[in-house]
Ligand binder design. Structure first.
Ligand SMILES: Cc1cc2nc3c(=O)[nH]c(=O)nc-3n(C[C@H](O)[C@H](O)[C@H](O)COP(=O)(O)OP(=O)(O)OC[C@H]3O[C@@H](n4cnc5c(N)ncnc54)[C@H](O)[C@@H]3O)c2cc1C
Length: 441
């Protein structure tokens, strides 16, 4: 399609056009981008043309693949919608995948599996592969393989000057792009390492209300000496009292332990957790890699949500008690993920606070002062152990995505380096519909 001086092989839509609302809709339903123009890109050249057009007219540019991580919605400007860019090329010999900007995790898992390979994906099949890597990528096997963004081999990026750049790993932008969302341009493709893996041991253990506290304590102690081949999480929440939820879980305050383990001896490894007591659910098993999305069973339908998180230096008994006390009677999904292992290794991606031992996440419905107060209260309770936060797991717009939040995702020196690069590569801050790195003055 053409729109004055912009040519695109996909649709170009304005507010009021047929298809505009469907094009801007995403997984997050609390808010959406409201661009003056949405460009449905099919190819790199479409993205390049859209960026060049926006730059010529000094318009802000946003990118949307799925809408899972929408933080700063555009109000005007140009939205590059990448959902049609779904190409995947697997090189089974080199063990790599080249993925286009709109590929979702599930499609990549399915493409890699026939070759006995797996990507380092996160918990949900519907998350965009590129957006996930641009936030660091904390995978279901993170303690074994480290941050997924460290396994990126090459990046194809359209920068604010309208150039298509192929960044090799030595380029100064390479590491900056991996860990900063869309701050440096639109990524049109990534080349990723795959790992030889066809099955995983794991699943869920669910404990009822009376075992919530023992489950938290047993899991906490268990994480202190599991091998790096074991990655796990624990979630405390009151289940909705509605029919899609299995009858024994409806309305119950429960603890869910999620486990992914690579290698033999899974059943022996989880014995201390099974000893906690009766499980409402226990589906731990060896499973094909293509079933590993069942380990977290994330909701796969669009909905409204907001979230904060804290990277913790340690999860000692006091920290665990503070986590429990601050969340037990609150309308919050309170999740802990065990970090450490290979996540501690240095890597090219801009992911700071790699020494964190656990990640604590708090997911709620979006809301006003009450919800803000809940998140602030939980943050205060855990502040003695907090060393920063993970940008991929911050959800919300407005003051939920302000500069203070973005800054705390990095160390001061990293932030200063990123701001200097931003001034060089995006001096007009066209790419600001994201967790924006503010330009150095
Ligand atoms: C249910 C659920 C489960 C999740 N599980 C995990 C997990 O296990 N591990 C983990 O690390 N994260 C996880 N996340 C977080 C997720 O990785 C981030 O929200 C990520 O940003 C989503 O990317 P997306 O493309 O799907 O979303 P989008 O909302 O489409 O994109 C999010 C942002 O990424 C940037 N972006 C996306 N594509 C491009 C591009 N081509 N070029 C430049 N910038 C781009 C933009 O700034 C955009 O606003 C999860 C999120 C949800 C909602």
């Amino acid at each position: 399609m053409t729109n004055n001086d912009l040519i695109c092989s996909g649709p170009i839509l304005r507010p009021g056009d047929d298809g505009y609302a469907a094009e801007i809709a995403g997984f997050q339903t609390a808010y959406t981008h409201r661009p003056a123009l949405v460009v449905g890109a099919r190819h790199t050249e479409d993205v390049r043309a859209a960026v060049e057009y926006a730059a010529r007219h000094r318009l802000p540019i946003g990118v949307q693949a799925t809408g899972h991580g929408l933080s700063v919605p555009l109000d005007g400007g140009v939205l590059v919608s990448t959902r049609r860019m779904t190409g995947i090329e697997i090189d089974p010999v080199a063990r790599t995948a080249k993925v286009a900007a709109g590929v979702r995790a599930g499609a990549l898992i399915d493409a890699a599996a026939p070759h006995g390979l797996a990507p380092l994906n996160g918990s949900s099949l519907s998350v965009g592969v590129v957006g996930y890597h641009l936030g660091g990528g904390l995978g279901i096997l993170a303690r074994t393989f480290g941050y997924a963004a460290d396994r990126v081999r090459a990046i194809e990026l359209v920068t604010a000057d309208g150039r298509v750049r192929t960044l090799p790993s030595g380029d100064e932008l390479f590491g900056a792009v991996l860990g900063t969302g869309g701050n440096f341009g639109v990524v049109t493709a990534l080349e990723l390492e795959l790992v030889p893996l066809t099955s995983v041991y794991g699943g869920q253990l669910i404990f009822d209300t009376d075992l919530v506290e023992p489950a938290l304590e047993a899991w906490r102690l268990w994480t202190q000496d599991v091998p790096d081949e074991t990655t796990s999480g624990l979630t405390l929440m009151t289940m909705p009292d509605i029919p899609p939820v299995p009858a024994p879980l409806r309305g119950r305050y429960i603890a869910t332990i999620n486990i992914a383990h690579v290698g033999p001896d899974g059943d022996r490894l989880v014995e201390p957790l099974r000893r906690i007591g009766t499980r409402l659910k226990d589906d731990l098993r060896a499973m094909p890699y293509t079933e590993t999305h069942t380990i977290y069973s994330d909701p796969d339908f669009p909905h409204a949500y907001t979230a904060t998180n804290l990277l913790l230096s340690e999860l000692n008994a006091d920290a665990a008690q503070a986590f429990l006390d601050a969340t037990a009677d609150a309308p919050v999904v309170a999740n802990l993920r065990h970090l450490g292992g290979a996540l501690r290794r240095p890597g090219p991606a801009t992911v700071d606070h790699r020494d964190a031992d656990h990640l604590a996440r708090f997911i709620t419905e979006p809301g006003g002062d009450e919800i803000r107060g809940l998140h602030d209260g939980i943050g205060k309770a855990l502040s003695p152990w907090a060393i920063g936060h993970s940008l991929n797991f911050l959800y919300g717009a407005g003051d939920w995505a302000d500069e203070r939040q973005t800054r705390a995702g990095y160390t001061e020196s990293t932030y200063a380096r990123l701001a200097a690069l931003k001034a060089t590569y995006d001096p007009g801050n066209l790419f600001r519909a994201n967790r924006n790195i503010v330009l150095s003055s």
